[in-house]
Write a protein of this length. Sequence first.
Length: 309
Amino acid sequence: MTLVEEFPGVRVRAPGKINVYLEIGPRKDDGYHDLATAYQAINLFEDVVATHSDEFSLALTGTVDLIGVPVDESNLALRAARLLQRASGYSGGVHLDIRKEVPVAGGMGGGSADAAAALVACDALWGTGLSSRELHDLAAQLGADVPFALMGGTAIGTGRGDVLNPALARGRFEWVIVTNQIGMSTPATYDEIDRLREEHAGKIPAVHETPSVPASVLHALRAGDPRMLADVIHNDLQAAALRLRPDLGEVLERGEAAGALASLVSGSGPTLAFLAESKAEARALQQALESAGHEALNVSGPVHGARIV
């Protein structure tokens, strides 16, 4: 008797992420931007349980506000299941139960984690037997962050973020994240960075046609040294996010005043990430931010990518 025969469903857990470094290239003719990023998977997880069905459907629960998460065919997890069905020739459907922990529309890849988990879960449930390479290729068709949610750990992403190379990261990095009830549109943030660059042309450093992650970031990750990492974390989208949401800047300042080694907007925002020197320092920072009225979580990374649990 196989595992799938013995149990009615397959449960997969996939992580959210923080971009500890993010450089954005110029807008290309197709409207997209090349980028270079250092991803780190953190211990906020999305759980997806896949069970056999004649149709495609899903249900949502979670510890975060689910307003705005689609439950129709536009949901990225259902799109992942449909994509796998077409690629494998499987004739049935699936029901997905998704439990979300990653803030919605927060720049932390929750929807991408759902999609990665759905690919792994449906592959196991249906017995399609796709290779890791084939799953990665399908993930890349769904969005730039989906392949990393499959891989997990720490990785360097280039192209649109989907060309991945694992990066060695020693030890554990402690973060405090501050969530926000008002999500941000990733396309709007990218549009804003283009406007800022046009407005300040000649006054800001040249935008690299081919973005890259500096060696100093890789050295800090390899050393497992939060102070080294604090000196080099960066997000090109931060200025655009703060232009759209000036209130986020006040929270960044408050976190640094409360002891964070460094702070940054996570991805396209609005979630904010604060790097702490130790678990104890992270807990103290979390308490300080909560006392100031913010919803703060202590998370750590790196953690594994999408896997059956």
